[in-house]
Design a binder for this molecule. Structure first.
Ligand SMILES: N[C@@H](CCC(=O)N[C@@H](CS)C(=O)NCC(=O)O)C(=O)O
Length: 372
């Protein structure tokens, strides 16, 4: 390895690694993907970040980056060439909204396909065992990786009832939403090369998380649907995966074909977003300013599209929504009316116009309650 390489601790089958990989690719940064086997997690990721969560990026200068959205922001600041952030504040805000929808909301329905149908569930357990043990030579560690594969899958599956995925109506809804998003994305990408115009932006990186590690790579129904029926989407996914080869020329813009996709996402997730913000308004002002924020905000009674759902709300998601609101607040006055008309149409106006009674900030990978 050359000392200039970035190192990405992540795996192809992980949801959140795809955005970071596509960013390194698009920016043409030299990097090595070092996987996330048990040894990498124990010897590199946990000592550097305090948690086994990945993706994590080890920079050539020794800096450690964690959390996909922060990693992409840091890479953009370090390497402004081939930018992924639109200069235009309205587009920057739409890109942040799309990234947040993909990471925090679309992740709920799409997870159905890996862990609910029996065949993909068994495949998922084997995949975890394989990747945790990949390249591990010490037999004790290899045995531990095998055991951990089972434990991690059990742990993930135990979280599914928390988002209602043990209920038939939510399972049905999850499938409908996932397939409709794929269809609307395909229709959009038939008209426009990338999410926001002629070249990739953060919106494409964000959507890549939603499409790659689970839906495209898992042997699941949407994977075949994309390959057989949604060839524009298929083409975009495979190009984004090797995005070093994509041109950075051309304009950024919003086309009419993006609207049905955003409107559908609004129908599916905007109420849940508002309910999470309301839970944060209830809980976070009670927390001491400067203290580490509580991880949970309690249960919310909400909906997934039109299906009732009771689920825990997390402070992390509230922080992601704070980022969206702040991107909205940065839109200059001359773009405000057009943006508000768009947001009314796609259903996110009340989310964006929400004025939080709290502010969160990240420091050393942790969220703190800031003084207002
Ligand atoms: N907000 C994080 C989420 C990362 C995440 O959940 N990663 C998964 C793998 S794709 C993970 O490490 N899960 C294990 C865990 O949460 O303990 C990001 O966007 O990077």
């Amino acid at each position: 390895m050359t000392t200039q390489d970035y190192e990405l601790a992540g795996v192809q089958h992980s949801y959140y690694s795809a955005k970071v990989r596509a960013c390194l690719q698009y920016k043409r940064l030299p990097y090595q993907e070092i996987g996330a086997n048990i040894e990498t997690l124990l010897n590199r990721v946990i000592p550097a970040t305090g948690s086994q969560q990945f993706p994590v990026v080890f920079c050539p200068d020794g800096t450690v980056l964690k959390d996909g959205c922060d990693i992409v922001e840091a890479l953009e600041a370090r390497h402004p060439e081939r930018p992924i952030m639109p200069e235009n504040h309205q587009l920057k805000f739409i890109a942040t909204l799309i990234e947040t929808l993909a990471d925090e909301f679309f992740a709920i329905p799409m997870i159905y396909y890996r862990w609910i149908p029996e065949d993909t569930k068994q495949w998922g357990i084997g995949m975890f065992q394989t990747l945790l043990g990949k390249g591990v030579e010490n037999p004790d560690m290899a045995a531990l990786a095998h055991q951990m594969g089972e434990t991690v899958s059990t742990e993930i599956r135990s979280r599914l009832p928390k988002v209602g995925l043990d209920r038939k109506e939510i399972q049905d809804k999850a499938q409908v939403i996932t397939k409709e998003v794929c269809k609307l994305l395909d229709e959009h990408l038939a008209k426009t090369p990338f999410m926001l115009g002629d070249h990739p932006t953060l919106a494409d990186l964000g959507m890549m998380n939603a499409m790659w590690g689970h839906l495209y790579l898992d042997p699941c129904e949407p994977s075949m649907l994309i390959r057989n029926n949604y060839l524009h989407l298929n083409n975009w996914i495979t190009n984004m995966h090797s995005s070093a080869g994509i041109s950075n020329q051309g304009e950024l813009y919003i086309t009419d074909s993006l609207i049905p996709l955003l409107r559908y996402m609004g129908e599916a997730f905007a109420t849940m977003m508002n309910d999470i913000l309301a839970a944060a308004d209830q809980t976070l002002p009670e927390a001491e300013a400067g203290a580490e924020a509580p991880a949970g905000l309690g249960r919310i009674d909400t909906v997934l599209q039109d299906t009732e759902l009771s689920r825990p709300a997390t402070t992390y998601t509230a922080w992601r929504l704070q980022r969206v609101i702040e991107a909205y607040q940065n839109i200059p006055e001359q773009q405000q009316t057009a943006t508000d008309n768009l947001l009314t149409d796609i259903g996110f106006l009340s989310v964006c116009q929400h004025t939080p009674t709290w502010r969160l900030q990240k420091d050393n990978f942790k969220l703190f309650v800031a003084s207002r």
